[in-house]
Design a protein around this ligand. Structure first.
Ligand code: NFS
Ligand code: SF4
Length: 635
């Protein structure tokens, strides 16, 4: 499947058009990069000081040490730590903005409301805060204070967001390993320090520091971001919509939101609704907002906005010729977008001070001016609609119905219909009796090294066939949505008998009139925290450590540093974490061994690398069966 670019029929339909229109794509550039550097691929290249670059010859008779004496183990481990710290930094920065937004909202300084008071109270209770007699603004400010205290903690206190939310058994493990994170900014800084020239050379110490960054990511990044966003915008509940390029409408103003942080896109969705009349006056039937990557997932989960496509096809969306404006915030935004847009009428709008693209229009977004900015951008899209070249429009007729919005609260809500007193019981009972063999979370990106969506879809089909319940986030969720694995028909077609029976029963009880989908869309990549919460809740219900549960994780097509940091967090949670693309660590046997095996005894989890989806499914099924056996459950 490597030679094929994508399994998505909409993408395949538009690739020849891209070539015809002179739009260069990620696949063209990937080809131009061949062969990619072997040293880099193995992780044995170091540029941490200006004596370098140094590279280790892992197989031949070339140098085994860099100029300073660093060997392959040191270099590989240092590079990995920096990558994982990079991923954690992105998520912590994202979370930080959401904390600031909640503070300003609570102080009435910006036009954002606190939507979910129940969630706010639940989070406040987790920190032991007194609820009664407080307005939601007061309580929100107290929660914000806890968040800032984590960021301002200059002592050795562990992060409170972790201490209040992580499983107790896990906290004990992390403490014994000395990897409980303090202030996330300090930890990320420390990782940079630890890896600069003349610092740590011990691969074990470096890998443990990497695990600590996973925890920084998990709690000061993912969990903090999701909590803040749920308080501000509401905790998702089930929504039904569609996914893939066919959601674009030729006679509508098409405005795409792309990136990761919902602070602006929520406003865009609101103002697109308000300004429909202006679009109609401009000759369109209305304004259609749709989403790419995780900003897309955020507004899908809370507002039912359709998904256009995932990471690898962000350029292809523009090739439809029907995208009037694409607005981007942060992360996973290809710098090539402006070049592709220049072949069409599409305007790319950047909005953040740290993401500017030559050739794009920059409309600065601030929380204070959010409404004005959003209106300005929606109006830009309406104007851009008038510049369309109808001869260049081609919208592939592919889209799939999807049900999304499965926050933990929504899942518990559906399960409550079966057992209102112990909502987790029906799920756990079915895991215990084997109707559900286990749970696998598929997360993360597309990677051009893999046929787009192929790993996600083939892996998951095999898992659900074997009665594994799959939960998904990020671009993995997009892939599975496009492939029809997120609707009731998907349950009929793909789920094994045991799983199907459970999904039907819950769907009926919850009044959906149809089975739950075989893959539950749990949100964006920061919403991997929801998966963490679900695993934590199941472990607490059963009173066992998370590492004993028949639960695993997979990033089938990872590309981003964030996927590495999320994966690292999953490993620290005690989960076997499959990677479908080989990360740049094979240049060190010691580091590879630590990640895939050596650490398991102490941390419970491990990385498992397998690039064939069916083999990967078998590997994960074996892992799940072994865990079931240990718990004395039938296989
Ligand atoms: Ni996650 Fe979501 Fe997609 Fe990967 Fe990028 S959008 S944050 S990093 S590519 S899944
Ligand atoms: Fe070379 Fe060492 Fe400098 Fe890295 S830190 S570039 S291995 S001399």
């Amino acid at each position: 499947m490597k030679s094929q670019k994508s399994i998505d029929p909409a993408v395949l339909e538009l690739l020849p058009k891209a070539a015809l229109d002179g739009a260069e794509t990620v696949w063209d550039r990937h080809e131009a990069q061949q062969p990619q550097c072997g040293f880099g691929s193995l992780g044995v290249c170091c540029r941490h000081c200006v004596q370098g670059p140094c590279r280790i010859d892992p197989f031949g008779t070339g140098p085994k040490k860099g100029i300073c004496g660093a060997n392959a183990d040191t270099i590989v481990a240092r590079n990995l730590l920096r990558q994982v710290a990079g991923g954690a930094a992105a998520h912590v920065d994202h979370a930080y903005e959401a904390v600031e937004a909640l503070e300003l909202a609570a102080n009435g300084e910006i036009n954002y409301t606190i939507t979910d008071e129940t969630k706010l109270q639940q989070i406040a209770r987790g920190f032991g805060l007194e609820i009664s007699g407080k307005s939601k603004a007061e309580l929100a400010l107290e929660v914000v204070e806890v968040a800032y205290a984590d960021l301002a903690n200059h002592g050795n206190k562990p992060v409170q967001w972790l201490m209040a939310n992580a499983p107790k058994e896990r906290i004990a493990v992390w403490k014994s390993l000395g990897i409980l994170p303090r202030n996330p900014d300090r930890e990320i800084r420390e990782a940079m320090h630890q890896t600069t020239m003349g610092m740590d050379a011990d691969p074990v110490n470096l890998v443990l520091a990497t695990a600590k960054q996973g925890l920084v990511d998990g709690y000061s990044g993912l969990k903090l971001a999701t909590d803040m966003q749920d308080i501000l915008f509401g905790t998702p509940t089930p929504v039904v919509t569609e996914a893939n390029l066919g959601v674009l409408k030729e006679d509508y103003v098409n405005l795409i939101v792309h990136g990761h942080v919902p602070l602006l896109s929520e406003k865009i969705v609101y103002w697109a609704g308000k300004l429909q009349e202006e679009a109609i006056l401009a000759g369109a039937k209305g304004i259609l907002v749709s989403g790419i990557c995780c900003t897309g997932n955020e507004v899908l989960m809370r507002k039912g906005i359709p998904l256009v496509t995932n990471f690898l096809a962000q350029e292809i969306a523009i090739v439809t010729g029907a995208v009037d404006t694409m607005i981007v915030d942060v992360q996973c935004i290809m710098p090539s977008l402006t070049q592709v847009a220049s072949c069409y009428h599409t305007e790319i709008v950047t909005t953040m001070p740290i993401v500017k693209l030559p050739g794009a229009t920059h409309v600065p977004f601030t929380l204070e001016s959010a409404d004005e900015t959003a209106q300005e951008i929606v109006r830009k899209a309406i104007t851009s609609y008038g510049r369309r070249d109808s001869k260049k429009i081609k919208i592939p007729n592919y889209k799939r119905k999807i049900m999304a919005g499965f926050s933990v609260e929504a899942i518990i809500g559906a399960l409550s219909a079966v057992d209102p007193d112990q909502p987790l019981k029906p799920l756990v009972d079915n895991i215990v009796n084997g109707n559900i063999l286990g749970v696998v979370a598929t997360v993360g990106c597309n990677n051009v090294k893999v046929t787009q969506d192929f790993m996600h879809v083939e892996l998951v089909k095999e898992l659900v066939k074997n009665n594994v319940l799959v939960v998904a986030t990020g671009c993995s969720a997009h892939a599975l949505a496009k492939a029809g694995l997120m609707n009731s028909e998907g349950t009929e077609t793909y789920a094994g008998e045991g799983l199907k029976a459970v999904l039907c029963a819950i769907g009926q009880a919850a009044g959906l009139g149809a089975p739950l989908p075989p893959v539950l869309h749990m949100g964006s990549c920061v919403d991997n925290s929801r998966i963490g919460d679900l695993v934590t809740a199941i472990a607490a219900y059963l009173n066992v450590d998370t590492s004993l549960l028949p639960v695993a994780a997979s990033a089938p097509e990872l590309q981003h540093e964030k996927a590495l940091s999320i994966g690292t967090w999953a490993v620290t949670m005690g989960l076997t974490t499959h990677l479908g693309v080989v990360p740049p660590v094979l240049g060190s046997k010691a580091v590879t061994e630590l990640l895939t095996n050596g650490l398991t005894d102490v941390i419970g989890g491990k990385f498992y690398v397998e690039t064939d989806p069916l083999k990967a499914a078998q590997g994960l099924l074996e892992d799940i069966r072994a865990k079931r056996k240990k718990l004395g459950l039938p296989n």
